[in-house]
Design a protein around this ligand. Structure first.
Ligand code: BGC
Length: 365
């Protein structure tokens, strides 16, 4: 086993004029994680294949400009509310709040996506790297003021990345508020176990520990229905090649241009499960044996196969990103929860601490 260590380097300036840094975390188990204080963005992540050979398996860019000139969400921390809020509106304790509704799928009426025009991904966070025994990590902190992007209340957020000697990348989220407000944080890393320029992830085998999904309307807002996956292209309870059914004639797949949906985890609280840290799913590339398990305390998993990405963006190697070049496994509460009172709440109130954990456990087949 190696020794956990880190290095800090400059990462350029963001379009908002903030100076960014990058931290290169070397895990004692071999996995290497490069992350910036610019929204916690994952720049590189090296994991072992079946022979133990390391390769960078995430989509990312060499400088803040890579994110700033296109889809900004590759590999970043999302807040204050990950995923969609219908029409950018919700009512809380009798007051209606209006948020930017800039995102829209064809046929939709617009929605708030990933926190708004400038979400938490677009700020340089306070960042403190650390080594603690065999663990190496970074503590990120960000304060979002009352009224930020239309949301009520100040939020003090803390996100900790920890890379363990067992090749687990753990993400611990915490937030406290001074007024009731929705919080739904996630990590938007995209994996491609062949490397970011390795083409589509359709040959990867995906497992999702969920018997149910939340179907959406044309604007990708959950209709409120919770549907069984059985007998549909959404059944990944047994590992299945992503490309196997992704192009089938199916109304939901047409809306998302592929997979861009929220699964309700069987062991999570939304499905009536016990909750705690539960198995959410796994991803494996049969060509090289790279493997990942996702474990989370969140009730849901949004799986997005990069169907809408802006392919004029150039990845680290300088090549254009391609259709379905990565897959995001976003642990979270269900989309549009502030407008779905029947679902587990995302509202955090003063005196409470929002706390969730997600683990990306890397290994090989
Ligand atoms: C959403 C996609 C969106 C993407 C943006 C995903 O979480 O589900 O619809 O296009 O984020 O990067």
């Amino acid at each position: 086993m190696g020794k956990a260590s880190y290095e800090t380097v400059d990462f350029g300036v963001t379009k908002y004029g903030e100076k960014a840094r990058k931290f290169i975390l070397k895990g004692a188990g071999g996995v290497i994680l490069e992350a910036s204080d610019y929204g916690g963005k994952i720049v590189r992540l090296f994991t072992p294949d079946a022979k133990g050979e390391l390769k960078d398996v995430v989509v990312g860019f060499d400088s803040p400009a890579g994110w700033d000139n296109g889809d900004p969400y590759w590999g970043c921390i999302i807040g204050r509310y990950g995923n969609r809020i219908a029409a950018g509106k919700f009512t809380l304790d009798g007051v209606e709040y209006k948020l930017p509704a800039l995102n829209n799928a064809p046929g939709g009426i617009g929605c708030n996506l990933h926190g708004g025009a400038r979400g938490w991904d677009a700020y340089v966070w306070d960042a403190e790297p650390f080594v603690e025994g065999d663990d190496v990590g970074i503590v990120f902190r960000h304060v979002s003021p009352d009224g930020d992007e239309g949301f009520p209340g100040k939020v003090e957020a803390k996100v900790t990345y920890t890379l363990t000697s067992a090749n687990v990348w753990r993400v611990d989220y915490e937030a406290t508020v001074d007024k009731a407000t929705p919080v739904n944080m996630t990590q938007h890393v995209y994996f491609n176990f062949k490397g970011e320029s390795g083409g589509t992830i359709e040959d990867h085998v995906l497992t999702i520990a969920a018997s149910q999904v939340t179907p959406t309307d044309k604007g990708q807002i959950p209709t409120g229905e919770i549907a069984k996956v059985e007998g549909t292209p959404f059944d990944f309870r047994k590992g299945m090649r992503i490309g196997e059914r992704i192009n089938e004639a199916n109304g939901q797949l047409e809306i998302g241009k592929g997979y861009d949906h929220n699964w309700v985890l069987d062991e999570g609280v939304m499905a009536g499960g016990k909750g705690g840290l539960v198995f959410a799913g796994a991803l494996e590339c049969p060509l090289n044996g790279r493997k990942l398990e996702v474990w989370t305390t969140e009730p849901c998993l949004q799986v997005y196969t990069a169907n809408w990405a802006s392919y004029d963006q150039r990845a680290k190697g300088g090549e254009h990103l391609s259709f379905r070049c990565g897959i995001a496994l976003e642990t979270q509460h269900a989309p549009d929860s502030p407008n779905k009172p029947q679902w587990p709440t995302t509202i955090v109130r003063p005196g409470e601490t929002y706390r969730t954990t997600t683990e990306f456990r890397f290994g090989n087949a």
